[in-house]
Design a protein around this ligand. Structure first.
Ligand code: HEM
Length: 501
């Protein structure tokens, strides 16, 4: 059949195709005025990809940095066709992350959650999240961390020995792999009581699975590209079997966790009771410790027992969270020290004066390393492992004249905040003195948030900081780092040639 139009005869299939394309286009761009109507400016969105092309052009962290300079501290982005309000204004962030937390408790979802990761703390909502966070917070108390410092020291000594050994035979090597393994060994020991030693075995299945999980190239992770460009297609992609993680990887971690739980249950009843993360989770499942150690997010609601799925999901996610973030943070601190030899020397001197002859760094000594602390803070400012965090709005609320509505995604551009020249003069420069104790007291915490902010900030923040500092104590005390390229290849001079002992 053919349709006459303006003197031309057009085949029906062509008319149907054009109409379908037009309707798809209209459907896909239907939200493009939502934020404009609320008075927000931003880069021009395109059908299907929204404004994500800006991040591809400039880098995931740098896109918002450039946009903030151009459109101001509150502006509009589109993730595919999903409206996203980017907020870099510290007063508004205080409202969103703390004062109006009730409206911004949850995070954005990237597609349907799949087993065994469907109950991870990072993606749970509202009361389910609160219950889990309250149950697990006691596992990260100061007392537990103090006890764990011995294990952290042993893993850090192992890291230093491995870096020293590899530096003797190989001028350049991938430092992130070693730092990530260090962190994985720490979490395996202090959270699950397992002596994993992935550092000494580069072919350890843990490392293989972790590396493949954290490879976000489009070839390896088409699901990631779909999540960024066309989030609307995620349910379909999920049904077609696409996922962030390979099945083999999830099976590996499931077996690892189940094996550890089984071992723990079969353990000698006379053995001293463990106090680690796994024990806290297992007790929360039995409701044994419901009364003690109420978490910071606790609002006295009825505590519910954790389910098997919650225990499994969260045991797995802790490995992922620890490997990627600590590996990134530690590599970038070592890079900063190599790039600033005078800072490295100062850190070296401070470590020696605080530790004296002691081989290990105690929890109290960690607190005395004030210059090292400034170095870590500055490196996390300059190179935050999490470039942005987000919140999902659950209802209508007005903050500083801006209207937020249900299901609006709010992005907090951490990297852009940390690189704002109004707050951090010469932001590209590595200057630990930005974080002297006095300056830290005066600082607006909503301009600096490598671990997020408010009740949903990183649950392991204190542990991560102790881990990083203890690892640095062992490495810097014994090895000099003269060279480091940003392709994450580090050159280290071992103690024999550097004169460090
Ligand atoms: C340098 C290391 C680390 C950095 C920079 C980091 C950063 C972050 C950030 C930015 C968030 C989001 C906070 C927010 O939304 O306000 C987060 C959440 C989280 N992190 Fe970390 N993290 C680190 C290490 C770790 C480690 C070692 C673990 C586990 C042992 C961990 C477990 C988690 C969990 C479970 C959450 C979700 C908290 C919730 O939703 O309540 N992180 N982290």
């Amino acid at each position: 059949m053919e349709i006459p139009l303006l003197g031309f005869v057009i085949p029906t299939w062509l008319v149907l195709l054009a109409t379908s394309l037009f309707l798809i286009y209209k459907y896909n761009t239907r939200n493009f005025n939502v934020l404009k109507d609320l008075g927000l400016d931003g880069p021009k969105p395109y059908p299907f990809i929204g404004t994500f092309y800006r991040s591809i052009q400039s880098g995931i962290g740098k896109g918002p940095q450039e946009n903030m300079l151009r459109y101001g501290k509150v502006y509009a982005e589109y993730s595919g066709n999903v409206p996203v309000m980017v907020v870099g204004d510290p007063d508004m962030l205080k409202q969103i992350m703390v004062k109006e937390f009730g409206f911004f408790t949850n995070r954005r979802k990237f597609g349907p959650a799949t087993k065994p990761l469907d109950k991870m703390m990072t993606i749970l909502d509202d009361d389910e999240w609160r219950n889990l966070r309250n149950a697990t917070t006691p596992a990260f108390s100061g007392g537990k961390l103090r006890k764990a410092t011995k294990d952290i020291n042993e893993c850090a000594a192992n890291l230093m020995n491995n870096l020293g050994t590899v530096a003797d035979v190989d001028a350049t090597f991938d430092v992130k792999k070693y730092c990530g393994s260090f962190s994985a060994d720490v979490i395996a020991r202090i959270a699950y009581g397992v002596d994993m030693d992935s550092q000494n075995d580069p072919d350890h299945p843990f490392i293989k699975h972790m590396k493949s999980s954290l490879d976000f190239s489009i070839r390896k992770k088409p699901f990631f590209a779909i999540a960024m460009f066309c989030p609307g297609l995620l349910p379909l992609a999920s049904k077609l079997g696409f996922s962030f993680f390979e099945k083999e990887t999830l099976d590996y971690f499931t077996n690892l966790v189940h094996g550890t739980i089984k071992m723990r249950k079969n353990a000698d009843a006379a053995a001293p009771e463990r106090q680690d993360f796994l024990q806290v989770m297992m007790e929360a499942k039995e409701m044994k410790s419901a009364k003690e150690g109420l978490g910071e997010a606790d609002d006295n609601r009825q505590r519910k027992p954790l389910t098997d799925a919650e225990v499994l999901s969260n045991c797995i996610i802790f490995f992922f969270a620890a490997y990627g973030t600590i590996g990134d943070a530690m590599s970038m601190i070592l890079y900063s020290l190599a790039d600033n030899p005078e800072v490295q020397e100062k850190v070296f001197d401070e470590i020696n004066s605080v530790l004296g002859d002691s081989k290990e760094c105690s929890y109290d000594q960690v607190k005395q390393l004030s210059y090292l602390s400034m170095v870590v803070d500055e490196s996390l400012r300059r190179y935050p492992p999490a470039l942005m965090v987000d919140r999902l709005c659950s209802g209508d609320v007005v903050i500083k004249g801006y209207k937020f509505f249900k299901d609006l995604v709010v992005t907090i551009p951490v990297y852009a905040l940390h690189m704002d020249p109004e707050i951090w003069p010469e932001p590209e420069k590595f200057i630990p003195e930005r974080f002297t104790p006095d300056k830290k007291t005066e600082m607006n915490p909503y301009n600096y948030m490598p671990f997020g902010q408010g009740p949903r900030h990183c649950i392991a923040m204190r542990m991560a900081l102790v881990e990083l500092k203890v690892a640095l104590v062992h490495v810097i005390r014994n090895l000099r780092i003269p060279n480091f390229t940003l392709s994450s290849k580090l050159t280290i001079q071992p103690s024999s040639s550097s004169g460090r002992h």
